[in-house]
Design a protein around this ligand. Structure first.
Ligand code: IMP
Length: 432
């Protein structure tokens, strides 16, 4: 157990927060390793709903040290606002640690994200406009500003100067906008963020290794998901970081040998926000029902998510990319009222049956799903907490899904609450 990674296996919003929170009981530390406040984790604890963007979900447990790793991009204003929200609801945030090597999202990143999207017109990516892409771009251009820079005023001001030297040219000459004053921006960030953040800024790599060396359990929490990965997702309709399990190594500072297990989270159907290919997408009443019953609207942005049937072809690829050791299926209850439930087992591409994800994206655009169809269970699953509580059609669907994906399903979620889940591995029917 010591190092476990939780990773989304589809296009995000799989409900990772719930299982991260569930596993958190056994963890001493929960580490975010990539992304920023483009993520949205909804947790329902004792009937109370918490929507988190940046702070690792383990914050709701007093015994956990929540760590924002070096691979994350941090909007300091958003982080402080989220911490204030948690404090106002009685959650202690003093244990939160932020890597000094994490990069800062500055207001110009956010502005540039929105301008780039507008500039792309019809070709827009549908980003969250949180400045994620421009902040990672600056990191790659070596123009980024790190959290640790806040601790040295001279360096911070010099770096803001250098970054704005570039960003202001883009703002004024490309987008015809007003330049941002570096002195004013540095003054504002230092005045509003430095002191409240100071106690949280830390050497996260050392912290994580100390915990691992002491035999403590550490959970690495991926944001977004496998097919939004910058390298392995449906580029360019992806985020600007590496959510796949391997991203935890770079984004937290651990070697691959430290990783003991990788839990993939998959929804019992699929959703995606923003543009990009989606072979099993539904445009019919079934899709509408998934959106309505599953409340498929962005936690932070409120955007409607595009719905579709479960895609085992994608999942098999996600197993490879992440070395998944087990799978958790979420939102099975959303399908409770469906007459039939479908599982995509292969694609038809130009008359050929294809069982693996085509590497060429044009083929993915042309792929039509080949489905297996199952009778629905037409039973309310929201009170099911044991494998034996599942009606046969629901159990059959899960078993077939497990066979198709080739990795054991260990957990099945049947509702948003902390206690609404089944230890499916206890059913003794796991595929592997
Ligand atoms: P960005 O991460 O804001 O740059 O957006 C790039 C793509 O990733 C867009 O299609 C977003 O909708 C998608 N995306 C980013 N974060 C999430 C998330 O937490 N859930 C689902 N989709 C996301």
């Amino acid at each position: 157990m010591p190092a476990t990674i939780v990773v989304g296996t589809q296009w995000g919003d799989e409900g990772k927060g719930k299982f991260t929170d569930l596993l958190a009981k056994e963890m001493a530390m929960v580490v975010r390793y990539q992304g920023g406040h483009n993520a949205g984790h909804t947790l329902v604890v004792n009937g109370e709903r918490f929507a988190l963007q940046l702070v690792p979900s383990g914050v709701l447990y007093e015994h956990i040290v929540p760590v924002i790793g070096n691979g994350v991009v941090v909007d300091p204003f958003v982080l402080l606002k989220e911490m204030a929200m948690l404090e106002s609801r009685g959650v202690d945030t003093s244990r939160i640690r932020v890597s000094g090597n994490a990069h800062l999202i500055m207001p110009y990143h956010q502005q540039l994200d929105a301008l780039h999207e507008r500039h792309l017109g019809k070709a827009k990516l549908g980003t969250t406009k949180r400045g994620i892409g421009p902040a990672y771009a600056d990191k790659s251009m070596r123009l980024g500003i790190r959290v640790q820079d806040l601790l040295d005023e001279e360096i911070f001001r010099a770096k803001i100067d250098a970054a704005l030297g570039h960003a202001n040219k883009v703002l004024t000459k490309v987008f015809n906008r007003l330049p941002i004053d570096p002195v004013q921006l540095a003054d504002r960030v230092l005045a509003e963020c430095l002191e409240p953040l100071r106690p949280h800024i830390s050497d996260s790599v050392n912290l994580i290794h100390e915990a691992l060396e002491a035999g403590q359990n550490v959970l690495f929490e991926g944001a977004q998901a496998t097919f939004l990965d910058l390298d392995h997702g449906t580029y360019p309709f992806v985020t600007s970081s590496n959510p796949i399990a391997g991203g935890a190594c770079a984004g937290a500072g651990i070697g691959p040998k430290h990783i003991d297990s990788v839990l993939g989270i998959a929804k019992a159907y699929v959703t995606r926000v923003g543009a990009g290919p989606f072979p099993t997408e539904l445009f019919d009443a079934d899709g509408e029902r998934m959106v309505e019953i599953g409340r498929e609207f962005g936690t932070n942005t409120g955007r409607r998510r595009r719905p579709g049937w479960f895609d085992a072809v994608m999942l098999r690829h996600a197993v490879r990319l992440n070395s998944l050791t087990e799978l958790a299926i979420t939102k099975l209850d959303v399908l409770d009222s469906f007459d039939t439930v479908k599982l995509c087992v292969a694609y038809d591409i130009d008359g050929r049956r294809v069982e693996h994800l085509p590497y060429h994206q044009s083929e993915l655009h042309r792929a039509t799903p080949i489905y297996e169809e199952f009778p629905g269970w037409k039973t309310d699953l929201t009170a099911a907490t044991e494998p034996s509580h599942l009606p046969r059609p629901a159990a059959n669907y899960l078993r077939r899904l497990e066979e198709q994906v080739g990795v054991p399903v260990s957990l099945v979620s049947t509702g948003p609450g902390r206690e609404q889940f089944i230890h499916w591995s206890a059913s003794g029917t796991n595929a592997a």
